[in-house]
Design a protein. Sequence first.
Lengths: 495, 523
Amino acid sequence: MISTLQKTIRHLKAVRVLHKPAVEVLKHPAPEDTVTASFGRFISEMKPQHLSPVVLQRSKRMVLDSIGVGLIGSTTDVFELALQHCQYMYAPDDISSVYGRRGTRLSPTLAAFVNGVATHSMDFDDTWHPATHPSGAVLPAVLALSDMMPAHNKPSGLDFLLAFNVGIEIQGRLMRFSNEAHNIPKRFHPPSVVGTMGSAAACARLLSLDASRCSHALAIAASLAGAPMANAATQSKPLHIGNASRLGLEAALLASRGLQASPLVLDAVAGVAGFNAFYEDYVPQPLESPSDGGHMFLLEEQDMGFKRFPAHLGMHWVADAAASVHKVLVGVDPGTVSPAQVQDILLRVPQSKYINRPFPESEHEARHSFQFNACSALLDGEVTMQSFTPAAMSRPDLLSLLRRVRVEHPHDNPANFNRMYGEVQVTLVGGDILKGRCDTFYGHWRNPLTNESLRKKFRNNAEVVLPSEKVEMLVDVVEELDGLGDCRVLLSQLQ
Amino acid sequence: MGNSGHFGNLEDLTSDSVFIYKSQVHLDVLSLEELVETEQCYASFGLTGLASPLQGITESFGAAIHALNTTQLTDGVINRSKRMMLDTLGVGLLGTRTAVFNKALTYSQLFTCEERSSVWGKSEMNLPPHYTAFVNGIAVHSMDFDDTWHPATHPSGAVLPALLALAETLPSRPSGLDLLLAFNVGIEVQGRLMRFSREAYNIPERFHPPSVVGVMGSAAASAKLLGLSPAQCSHALAIAASSAGAPLANAATQTKPLHIGNAARRGLEAAQLAQIGLEGNPAILDMHHGFGVYYKDYSPSAMAASGAFKWILEEQDVAFKRIPAHLGMHWVVDAALAARAKLQNTIGSFDLSQIRRVTLRVPPSKYVNCPLPVTEHQARHSFQFNACSALLDDKVSVASFSEAHISRPALRELLSKVKVETPPDNQPSFDKMYCEVEIETEQGHSHAARCDTFYGHWRKPLSQRHLVEKFSVNASSVLCTEGVEGVVEVIGNIERVTECSVLALYLRMTSNPQEELHCVNIQ
């Protein structure tokens, strides 16, 4: 909390900046007219009443799905490794809960870290357009921070949802500053760029920081953003989300202690890159104050994609296309599909190097391989969590099919989650050609998972680590989250 | 290999690669970009168009970090790196009295750990090693007083705090020589990485270099001290790459020191994660969408660990600062002092009111062109401010950046008379730039001076006496005489010291425990 004295000093400093004598005409906008300042104001002025029913509904679905994938993610090797690291490097801390681990708590940024890793560990978490995985960067931080707040001052369910939505909204706004962001990424992994900023924004909102500190939280976070795409499809990828969550929270905490950074970080200043360092093209826009009325959350206009199986979003198109071919094949010759029937498999997919892997060697690579997912769906009729086990990955039948795959990149198939399609063309030994095509997989924002499907996914995930009573409690609590007086009811069900 | 685009003959491929190639053979016309892309993709798995796969670049770095040993440390490199260590400790100690350090320290005290390392300049404060590396790194860069290299980065602050924090916790109790070797590995890796790109040779515009190469250097140095295997060393670099890259806009703000603090901390973390088996992309340095994302042009090459190995530090020394400000300020200060002397010689005394205009001829660099700085951080990144301080006070020192000094009316008035020009022959490179200061009097007379190489630059290095003097002045603000002399002694003989953690004892010998509670308010 800022003391009155400090408030006075801060005010004086601001006055000095505004009234300094200008002999050379400075071409900078007045401080309060910058894009950066507008974001700070937006975050600090956002109130629960600004959340529309559609936004409430959609964001609750995201919270549920994110918790579920986080819970199942707590069973992975990479999660275990991250958790051990935190426990080894730091003393036990009684504060923030770790997903699915009864009695295990860590200090808030570390809990945000491991829970973020869990969320993205299997690439099972939500995907938005423009492309990023928005919830995994925000939810763990908001949960960890809520655990950190004093018992007499816990956020209500609505405060919690508000902070969450601020974190999502900021990510969406930032991605719209650049055309580059609209396509499947090539340079920086988007969650590491906008995710960190979203987490900082959400935490700044939950901490009720003033507009200036909200801006500084974003600016501090910018210095913690950015990881290269090359680490996607490796064991380190989940850490991108874990770190986004952790470092965004850290940025907000540092800002709350008065740390300052660039007041122009989101603005485009020639010769001195700010947030635009991460993009080739960048045109920032200020955010209007929510108090002016008429602000529409991006989530209202652009829904979220949820995954049906744990792999990169692009895989869902080829899996659905291949599954339709599988159905025909199995109909033709009842039983399983045999590689002996297949002469050639042609995939028509967008061009994107990091998901084009003919022979993936690890589960991480397999989750990022058009070829692998198409062949798995061709063989089994679907792709599931089990498709990525070592046993499933090394099946001779699967490897046979993989050897028969070719890949084409038609010009009308852009590397863009809003416009791409997946085609699987199987030439049988007899000469017959079977073709499957998927334009919009079930779970895409154009064809959203029903609430039943979403809950089914959640239950399948959560029941692996939690008893059914807690699982059902979570479903109910999240459903009623905006009516909850105290979010502790949610916090206590996660392990 | 690399960007050649040459695909090689089918017969030359190893049997492993044949399947992959075969599956690609049916592709319709591949564009040249696709061929190059595919080749680079194969290169990342160690497959090339040649008969035996070349060692990948990342692999070569991992192997080198693992294999470099103390016999390869030459006298020249030992000498230079000891000077860097001493200077870094001095500026770090001074930095423990800054506001930004205190904020970071308060934050870091949220964390506890069984293993603890010493915070510099505090008689009794320990933190988990990551946070020790964090706060000490911040201290080093808090006043922009630390060393600078060419291509431009601040190499030591990202490495030494991580190593000292780590060394205190290792049961193997590393020696001074172990420390020296690991330190040099961390510096060397940074130097190598910067040479992968032409962009790195100029004053930066996008990413702050310590945040790009510093974290890689810290990971390499930590991996070395931990004795990781070659593969683990490679993975440490890969994990660190995902922690690199902070935008330049936060330079000239209170957050800039955190770039070095975070580089130290997260490099250490990367090495420790690699130690427990976390893996990243084993070709992280080879790929454009790997480490190459931080540069517009990127041409990596492999690192040898034996035979013809030569340390970059042997060929390219660092610059040590005499003023706690951005390196570019040193040129303008030396030029301003010389111009001032000329004016004084001519008219017998120095009279501010006689000055009509001051013209600075400097290289183009937006983030150090600040006509009217308000904060200490801006002042350290302002050609105009440093020139005027030099003219007004006939010197620029630590005290010049206090709030009181920055807001002096006489200084503000002089600042209003400054004009900045960026002549086309003045390149934004620390190896090539110059500064000219021209004072025009009311009578219409001009007195100009030019500085091509300031004292402290690698072309005109600080003498050992002056370097030790800088350290002593800095360290004495925090440590008692025994501590000051102890550090000088230990670093001076580091290669003979049996346990390098003895340094920590001296770094905690504060002169006045009471004083620790108050930060010397530079602001």
